[in-house]
Write a protein that binds this ligand. Structure first.
Ligand code: NDP
Length: 334
C-alpha cells in the first residue's frame, strides 16, 4: 500500500462515490488512482470532475495495475457480482456496494471467490459501524432491556431527484427493498445475533413519478426465538424521521435519526428507572468508519465493518422481503 494507505481503483462512476466515498477516502489519506465505467465518455468526464488521474472503460486493464491495492465497486446492483469476481481474480481487495449481488447464488459466489483468492471482501453497509448503532448494540447485548421481543425500523426517505433513475426502473436490482431494506437487515442482524427465519411483506408504488418498481415496502421478519422485526422503507417520505426501536421485557431503546448517512441521531433508554439519553462517544463520519476498518483489514488487523458474509446475510433478508411482497406469502430466509 502507498505510505500505508489504500490505493483505490473505482469500478462504477457513481453518485455515491463522488458525493460520499471518494471524499472520505481522501480525508483518510487514501489515493484514488483510476475509475472504470462502461462508457469512456462518462468515465473521462467523471474523472475530470472528481480529480481522478486515470479514466478507462477497460476493467481488465485497470485490474492489471500493480499500483492499485483495492477496488470500490459502486456500479448498478446487477453488475456487482461479476466485477467483484474479476477484482478478486486479479488479487485486488474489494469494497463492494450493497446489495452484494442480486441473487443468493451470486452472493455466495462473491464470498467464496474472494475467500479463495485471499482478498479482503467488505460490503459498504455504513450503518452497523455508526457510533449510534454500536451504542444501541452495546446496551442490548449487555442486557439493558432484558430479553428482546420486537424491533421496529423506520427508514423512509425522499429519493433525491438526481437519483430517480435505475432505482425506479423495472431493471433487476431496482426498487426500495434492495436499496434500503438490506441496510435495515445489516443493522438488525448483528443487533439480534440470531438468524432471520421468515418474512412477510407488502410493497406499493406511491411516488408522484412513474415508478416501475416498488418505492415503499413494509415487512415483518421473524428471527429466531420468535423475535419480530418490522420495517418501513420508502423513497416517498420527505419529512419522516428515521427510527430504530428495540423493545425488551425490561426496557426499550429508541434511536432517532439513526438510519441516515450522517453521524447524527440520539439514543434513549427507557426502563423502570425512567427515560434518559445515552451518550454516543464515537461521532466519526460513517463512511470513514467503514474505510478505516477496511484499511486495517487489508493490513491484516481486524475485520471489516460488514464482511462479505454480513452483506450476504443482509441481502438474504431483503431478497425474502422482496419475494414475500411479490407473492403475498411468507418466505423462508435461507
Ligand atoms: P448512480 O446512478 O450514480 O451510478 C450507478 C452507475 O450508473 C454508474 O456506475 C454508471 O455506470 C452509471 N451512470 C451514472 N451516471 C451516469 C451518467 N451520467 N452517464 C452514464 N452512466 C452513468 O448510482 P448510485 O451512486 O446512486 O448507486 C451506486 C451503488 O451504490 C448502488 O449499488 C447502490 O445500491 C449503492 N449505494 C450505497 C449507498 C450506501 O450508503 N452504502 C448509498 C447510495 C448508493 P458505470 O459503472 O458504467 O460507470
Amino acid at each position: 500500500m502507498g505510505n500505508g494507505f489504500v490505493r483505490w481503483g473505482l469500478i462504477g462512476a457513481s453518485d455515491i462515490a463522488a458525493t460520499r466515498v471518494v471524499p472520505a477516502m481522501r480525508g483518510l489519506g487514501h489515493e484514488v488512482l483510476a475509475c472504470v465505467s462502461s462508457s469512456l465518455n462518462h468515465a473521462t468526464a467523471y474523472a475530470a470532475r472528481n480529480g481522478i488521474p486515470d479514466a478507462t472503460d477497460d476493467l481488465a486493464a485497470m485490474l492489471g495495475r500493480d499500483d492499485i491495492d483495492a477496488v470500490y465497486i459502486s456500479s448498478t446492483n446487477e453488475r456487482h457480482r461479476a466485477q467483484a469476481e474479476a477484482a478478486a481474480g486479479a488479487g485486488k481487495h474489494v469494497l463492494c456496494e450493497k446489495p452484494i449481488a442480486i441473487s443468493l447464488e451470486d452472493a455466495h459466489r462473491v464470498v467464496e471467490t474472494c475467500s479463495k483468492a485471499g482478498v479482503v471482501l467488505a460490503v459498504n453497509h455504513h450503518l452497523p459501524g455508526a457510533g449510534t448503532h454500536r451504542t444501541i448494540r452495546g446496551l442490548v447485548h449487555r442486557g439493558a432491556i432484558g430479553r428482546v421481543l420486537t424491533v421496529s425500523v423506520r427508514h423512509a426517505v425522499l429519493l433525491p431527484e438526481r437519483l430517480r433513475g435505475w432505482r425506479l426502473s423495472d431493471a433487476v436490482g431496482a426498487g426500495v427493498v434492495l436499496d434500503i431494506t438490506c441496510h435495515d437487515a445489516s443493522v438488525v442482524n448483528p443487533l439480534l445475533g440470531s438468524p432471520a427465519i421468515e418474512a412477510v411483506a407488502l410493497s406499493a408504488r406511491q411516488g408522484s413519478w412513474d415508478s416501475r418498481s416498488e418505492d415503499v415496502a413494509m415487512s415483518v421478519v421473524r428471527y429466531a426465538d420468535d423475535v419480530l422485526v418490522q420495517t418501513h422503507d420508502a423513497f416517498t417520505s420527505p419529512f419522516t424521521p428515521t427510527v430504530l426501536e428495540v423493545h425488551g421485557d425490561e426496557g426499550s431503546v429508541v434511536g432517532t435519526d439513526v438510519m441516515t448517512q450522517d453521524p447524527i441521531g440520539q439514543v434513549l433508554l427507557r426502563d423502570k428507572a425512567g427515560t434518559r439519553e445515552i451518550d454516543v462517544p464515537d461521532r466519526r463520519p460513517l463512511y470513514d468508519i467503514v474505510l478505516s476498518a477496511f484499511e486495517s483489514a487489508v493490513r491484516g488487523d481486524g475485520t471489516p465493518t460488514a464482511t462479505g458474509e454480513d452483506g450476504l446475510r443482509a441481502f438474504a433478508v431483503a431478497a425474502a422481503v422482496l419475494e414475500a411482497a411479490a407473492s403475498g406469502r411468507s418466505v423462508p430466509i435461507r
